[in-house]
Design a binder for this molecule. Structure first.
Ligand code: CMC
Length: 429
């Protein structure tokens, strides 16, 4: 980008011309404020509901080219990380900005492994939920509750304390997720096993029954680790923005992560993987697909797992997951819903409605089918997304705190309500 680029704006209300600096392809919205019709005028603001064309931050963490279908963490292509790396290595990369050396990785792995336990009161807290509580509801609340166990986390300006919370968060979220799952099933809770990998231990906490030592299936363990990598960050999505926005009030990272989890819960975000499986079950058979596609085109339903605010091309994560699904099915047996998913994708990608709107399968389209084949119930799917996304959230939070240009998040509004009016007594209304 050339230096000294500018944008010339003429205000046709006054005839005045302004020259606004352009930096990194953006203008600074505060530069619009000088454009006024008179001394009493507040100045021009930009109006952008849902941040469709507004960068809320500069970032060095994740790069997405939505038109080309490219996703990179700290410059490394997602396909290479999924193939070569591990979730903990990627977590380290996201937070610290560089891949760890062997000793750094060992130290990190050791720290994560030794922070997986949660206070016994957390177990009792999970126990207090209704027998059929949604695991995301349990996760949101329990995450918020963690802030009461680590009052030191309030010292958000101390880099060492921040790092400790990063380790605690990445380490403890699978334990909380597994507790939520076991509670839902009425099964006793399983404590972490330090001999196992991150994903292996999570499977242990989910599925261990009476055996003395749980042995994870290596194919499932690897697939889960790759799924966590694919979900680890996605720049300024709804939950990362929630994390940054809530964190900008300088609250502790557990409270901010609870907010991020809540944002992820919604069906348009992390809840979509659950919604995809429900949709495929509702379609029920390949022969019903054309009718369902028609309903999606008329706006009666949405094709869950399709479309993305940023990707206007095939989501690169969906490509990796589609391949991964076959590795898992070779182990667990084919999920019968995959035939409906593949056919649905084929029909939709050929249909003018979807082509014109550039609606392609996103990360959630195939991930739910894999989770289902791993014997996981649907309502835990968004919790798995949350485990994967935690290092991304905390890295975004750290970057926000270290960015001198950031302040407490506080959008403006365009007020269109009543002008001042007098209170009306009850009898006169
Ligand atoms: N099925 C049918 N039509 C759709 C879909 C869909 N899944 N998604 C978008 N459209 C249509 C929409 O009706 C609109 O059409 P028109 O221009 O005629 O009004 C057009 O495409 C643009 O849609 P939009 O709602 O303005 O797009 P958005 O950027 O606001 O929404 C989205 C993005 C992901 C919320 C949306 O595509 C969607 O609801 N998809 C289904 C839910 C889903 O799979 N979410 C997971 C997202 S990926 C994981 C994550 O990062 O959370």
């Amino acid at each position: 980008m050339a230096e000294n680029e500018t944008l010339t704006v003429t205000d046709n209300r006054t005839g005045k011309t302004y020259e606004l600096p352009v930096s990194n392809g953006t203008i600074n919205a505060m530069d619009l404020r000088q454009i006024k019709t008179g001394e009493d005028d507040f100045g021009i603001m930009s109006y952008d509901p849902a941040f469709k064309n507004t960068a809320s931050t500069k970032s060095e963490i994740t790069f997405i080219d939505g038109d080309a279908g490219i996703l990179r963490y700290r410059g490394y292509p997602i396909e290479q990380l999924a193939e070569e790396s591990s979730f903990l290595e990627v977590s380290y990369l996201l937070y610290h900005g560089e891949l760890p050396t062997e000793s750094q990785l060992q130290e990190f792995q050791h720290s994560i492994t030794h922070h997986t336990m949660v206070h016994e009161n957390i177990r009792e807290l999970v126990d207090a939920f209704r027998y059929d509580a949604h695991p995301m509801g349990m996760l949101v609340s329990t995450m918020g509750a963690l802030s009461t166990y680590y009052p030191d986390a309030k010292k958000i300006d101390d880099p060492e304390i921040r790092k400790l919370q990063f380790h605690r968060l990445v380490a403890k979220i699978p334990t909380i997720a597994a507790y939520a799952y076991r509670h839902r099933r009425g099964l006793p809770y399983v404590y972490p096993d330090n001999d196992l990998s991150y994903a292996g231990n999570f499977l242990n906490m989910l599925f261990k029954m009476t055996e003395v030592k749980y042995q994870p299936n290596p194919v499932i363990e690897k697939a889960l680790d790759v799924l966590f990598i694919l979900h680890a960050d996605h720049e300024q999505n709804c939950s990362a923005s929630a994390m940054r926005s809530v964190g900008s009030s300088e609250v502790d990272p557990y409270s901010a992560t609870a907010a991020a989890c809540a944002a992820l819960y919604g069906p348009l975000h992390g809840g979509a993987n659950e919604a995809v499986v429900r949709m495929l079950e509702e379609i029920g058979s390949v022969k019903n697909i054309p009718d369902y596609v028609e309903k999606a085109k008329s706006g009666e339903v949405r094709l869950m797992g399709f479309g993305h605010r940023v990707y206007k091309n095939y989501d690169p994560r969906a490509k990796v997951i589609k391949k991964l699904a076959h590795d898992v099915f070779a182990e667990t047996g084919k999920n019968p819903l995959i035939d409906i998913a593949i056919e649905l994708e084929k029909i939709a990608l050929d249909d003018e409605y979807f082509v014109k709107r550039k609606l392609y399968p996103n990360v959630d389209f195939y991930s739910g089918l894999i989770y289902q084949s791993m014997d996981l119930p649907m309502d835990i799917f968004p919790v798995l997304f949350a485990i994967g996304r935690t290092p991304g959230w905390v890295s975004q939070w750290k970057e926000m705190l270290e960015d001198d240009e950031q302040k407490i998040a506080r959008p403006r509004q365009v007020y269109l309500g009543y002008d001042q009016r007098d209170y009306v007594e009850m009898g006169d209304r």
